[in-house]
Design a binder for this molecule. Structure first.
Ligand SMILES: Nc1nc2c(ncn2[C@@H]2O[C@H](COP(=O)(O)OP(=O)(O)OP(=O)(O)O)[C@@H](O)[C@H]2O)c(=O)[nH]1
Length: 629
């Protein structure tokens, strides 16, 4: 697996191996008594050493605030953000152009396997233009709706964005959602029409869409092929010309925003920081505005795209900082770091992520509980949008109830646990967070609030205790070719959605807005939409609060006993038949079942539920029934 740490070590190892081989060939000798032939070889070695030295000694004060640009690449999924990032890294000499670079910033195994960006990544590019040396800090962001929280956090460190749109597909639902994130953050937006090399590319149509939907004049669009490297220089020019430098002051006391963080088992927390004011150096004593704890800075640097230590980081710059934070609770995303004895007003930070789906997570065997606990804690540092509550179940033992931003997010988290921490788990059927308004003062006292949120269906309160139930709703945006509009509308109606708006974004593409119960879209809505529109319709959504709902708790009895792990909340009995199958989480069951089989060897085979024994495997299979497709 590739991590910034392992890459850093690999560099070190490569250098050592090379130096040892060189010593064998006598190349180290000339350093003491250079002979002519050997001197040439030693220059190679010197270059190697000096480049390693240079890595230690980037003088970040060379990059004035006026010559600094912080920007993000945002787009609908698969429109080419990561490929454009590759070309920008190559053009600025950050990575070797002769290598076959593919999505270099997608570092996680899960990202490479699924071909999607999950985690935003930063890279500092050094670029010479008109005799000036610019520092361009680029943040590549995910495109899928489940990860839009990553996008909004990244934007807080930027003054502008490249809004990438596929020249064939045109504006899609996530293009709209991401544009508005940037627009609301008052960032400069540079529209980039990508994939102009495709046979069916129609950049002129996409320009018109951009003008109509975003009110950006078509002559501001830059037409590129990230794949072939066409017009990439123009993109860099536009970044310099159209995105303003950050508004910051180096002379003010340090004010650094922690906009992301990762956990490294050897070095602790590596915080990605954007400096709003001041300077930070190795050895500085800094304080976290959130915990008020003091730390000594061990290392600062830039990501290029690997970690490259520097002496200092200056206001307006984006980089990383390691300060001996070992405890997972110490690294709060959105925190402000300042210098000891120079307190500052903390930056506003971020709204916390709002989980959309909850599921129970349990170790396959209880003896693995502590290992899994530590893996979950470490992974939540890398992905702070996951919420964690302790939970326990009669059949599955001690575990957690985790909140995710969507089902893809849940799958990715599970896959990362397996791949990065070698942990395999049982995940129960996902549910959305329902609410109930309690009916009596006694109950309100007991629950300590009038309106309770239910993230575990087993704890769904009985109707006699409740004046009303509420379900979460979202405002969905669908963009579809108009020939599918009728079918899309029927699908939305079948999912209890209420139409809010409809607009043609060009002659044959329609943008629809619907209010949906979250429960109706969370599992298979996207798949149904894709299949009825031959893959052409796209979907994005935003939180729209709660609405009253007729909800029923559906119990499953086994030999007369309630099985709490199988409880489901359903909207009404008619929908229950269809929904209960659809809501069961399938995932990639073959791989998981194989793992389960391996893990289950020699472990307890039976689970006692009430008065009967159920084979553990059977129980897990029921929890993971495949969707009815
Ligand atoms: N023909 C063509 N294909 C391209 C171009 N740019 C990207 N692609 C392809 O489009 C696919 C998606 O590209 P990515 O760069 O992974 O897209 P992305 O927007 O980063 O995707 P997510 O991170 O999943 O949102 C890949 O197969 C690329 O090779 C282009 O200019 N022309």
């Amino acid at each position: 697996m590739w991590t910034p740490v392992s890459r850093g070590r690999w560099h070190g190892r490569a250098l050592t191996v090379w130096a040892t081989a060189a010593a064998h060939r006598g190349l180290l000798e000339p350093r003491r008594t250079p002979s002519r032939g050997a001197a040439a070889k030693s220059r190679t070695l010197d270059r190697l050493y000096s480049s390693a030295d240079r890595k230690e000694k980037i003088d970040m004060s060379r990059f004035s605030v006026e010559n600094t640009r912080n920007f993000s690449i945002i787009a609908h999924v698969d429109h080419g953000k990561s490929t454009l990032a590759d070309r920008l890294l190559e053009l600025t000499g950050t990575i070797d152009k002769t290598k076959n670079n593919k999505q270099v910033l997608d570092k996680l195994q899960v990202e490479r396997e699924r071909g999607i960006t999950v985690k935003a990544q930063t890279a500092s590019l050094f670029y010479n233009c008109d005799g000036k040396q610019y520092l361009l800090n680029l943040i590549d962001t995910p495109g899928h709706v489940d990860f839009s929280y990553e996008v909004s956090r990244s934007l807080s460190a930027c003054q502008g964005v490249l809004l990438v749109v596929d020249a064939n597909e045109g504006i899609q639902a996530q293009t709209v959602a991401n544009f508005f994130l940037a627009f609301e953050a008052q960032l400069s937006v540079i529209p980039v029409i990508n994939k102009i090399d495709l046979k069916n590319a129609d950049p002129a149509r996409v320009e018109k869409q951009i003008e109509k939907v975003f009110d950006i004049p078509s002559d501001e669009c830059i037409k590129i092929s990230a794949k072939l490297g066409t017009n990439i220089e123009r993109v860099l020019q536009a970044v310099i010309e159209r995105i303003p430098p950050p508004k910051v002051h180096r002379k003010n006391p340090l004010k650094a925003l922690v906009f992301d963080s990762t956990f490294d088992q050897y070095r602790g927390v590596i915080a990605n920081v954007a400096l709003f004011d001041g300077v930070v150096s190795k050895g500085d004593k800094i304080i976290s505005a959130y915990t008020k704890k003091t730390y000594e800075v061990n290392e600062v640097g830039v990501l290029n795209p690997n970690e490259q230590p520097t002496h200092k980081l200056y206001a307006g710059q984006v980089g990383y900082l390691i300060a001996g934070m070992k405890d997972v609770t110490e690294a709060q995303i959105g925190d402000t770091l300042y210098l000891h004895k120079q307190p500052v007003e903390p930056l506003p930070g971020f709204k916390s992520a709002k989980p959309m789906v909850f599921a129970g997570m349990y170790p396959i065997d209880q003896s693995e509980y502590n290992n899994l606990k530590s893996a979950v804690e470490k992974l939540t540092i890398n992905d702070s949008s996951v919420t964690v509550h302790r939970d326990s179940s009669l059949a599955l033992g001690a575990g957690w109830r985790l909140g995710f931003l969507g089902l893809l997010h849940m799958e990715v988290f599970n896959q990362r646990l397996e791949q990065e921490y070698n942990a395999s788990v049982i995940l129960t059927t996902p549910t959305v967070p329902y609410k109930a308004v309690l009916s009596s003062a006694k109950l309100i006292k007991e629950y300590r609030e009038k309106e309770i949120t239910i993230i575990n269906p087993a704890q769904f309160p009985d109707k006699s205790k409740v004046t009303e139930y509420l379900e979460p709703v979202i405002l969905g945006t669908i963009i579809t070719p108009d020939e599918y509009t009728g079918k899309v509308m029927m699908l939305c109606q079948a999912r209890r959605a209420v139409q809010k708006n409809m607009m043609y974004i060009d002659q044959n593409r329609v943008m629809l807005k619907y209010l949906f119960p979250l429960n109706e879209i969370v599992v298979d809505f996207y798949d149904s939409l894709k299949s009825l529109s031959s893959g052409y319709a796209s979907f994005d959504y935003e939180d729209a609060g709660y609405q009253t709902a007729e909800l029923v708790k559906m119990d499953i009895l086994l030999n007369g006993n309630h099985v709490e792990e199988l409880v489901t909340i359903v909207h009404n009995v008619k929908a229950y038949r269809k929904n209960v199958l659809a809501k069961c989480y399938g995932g990639d069951i073959t791989r998981k079942m194989k793992l389960l089989k391996r893990q289950a060897e020699g472990k307890k085979k039976l689970r006692k539920i009430g008065n009967i024994e159920v084979p553990k495997d059977a129980f897990i299979k029921v929890l993971r029934t495949q969707p009815d497709k």
